[in-house]
Write a protein that binds this ligand. Structure first.
Ligand code: CO
Length: 176
């Protein structure tokens, strides 16, 4: 069973993750768990804190369906402000126009600790901004108006409540 995705608002999503110091095989189990969860949810990226692990590790999906890991990433440059429709596995069923940048230059490490710099645009730039935001403790709804964020918070609370009710119901009853 893949680890469940943490639903916003949750403290682990709004807390800056810790930098990774131990590379190599130490990261493999976490990366594997995250991959299971993002594939099960059919997502295009996932940050470690979305499965409750407060470390600066994320998977970023490429256009061709493959993923690469980013560890301890930072955005070096951003340009060309744009508004893009955005969603998040931690905010199910919500899609909103979100202010982003069309181009970014990022620095990150891979699972071995090797340093990389990458210039990206389009969808890849978008996913990078979204995942790096997560690792810094920011969910995309933080970029929306207070009004929209408030409405989404209410819907997420209802969703959480419905899920926990379903769970109790499922435990107590036979079902086919
Ligand atoms: Co997300």
């Amino acid at each position: 069973m893949p680890k469940p995705i943490v639903i916003w608002p949750d403290k682990v999503l709004s807390t800056r993750t810790r930098r990774v110091a131990a590379f190599g095989a130490a990261l493999d189990p976490l990366l594997e768990e995250m991959m299971e969860s993002v594939r099960a949810a059919e997502g295009i990226g996932i940050a470690a804190n979305q499965i409750g692990v407060p470390l600066a590790v994320a998977w970023v999906g490429r256009e061709d369906g493959t993923f690469f890991e980013i560890v301890n990433p930072s955005v070096l440059e951003k340009s060309e402000p744009v508004s893009l429709e955005e969603g998040c596995l931690s905010v199910p069923h919500e899609w909103e126009q979100t202010p982003r940048f069309g181009k970014v230059r990022v620095r990150y490490q891979d699972r071995t600790g090797a340093e990389h710099e990458l210039s990206a645009e389009g969808r890849l730039a978008h996913v990078l901004q979204h995942e790096i935001d997560h690792l810094e403790g920011t969910t995309f709804v933080e970029h929306l108006s207070q009004l929209k964020r408030g409405l989404i918070r209410k819907r997420m609370q209802k969703l959480q409540k419905d899920r926990s009710t379903e769970h109790v119901h499922g435990d107590d009853c036979d079902h086919d």
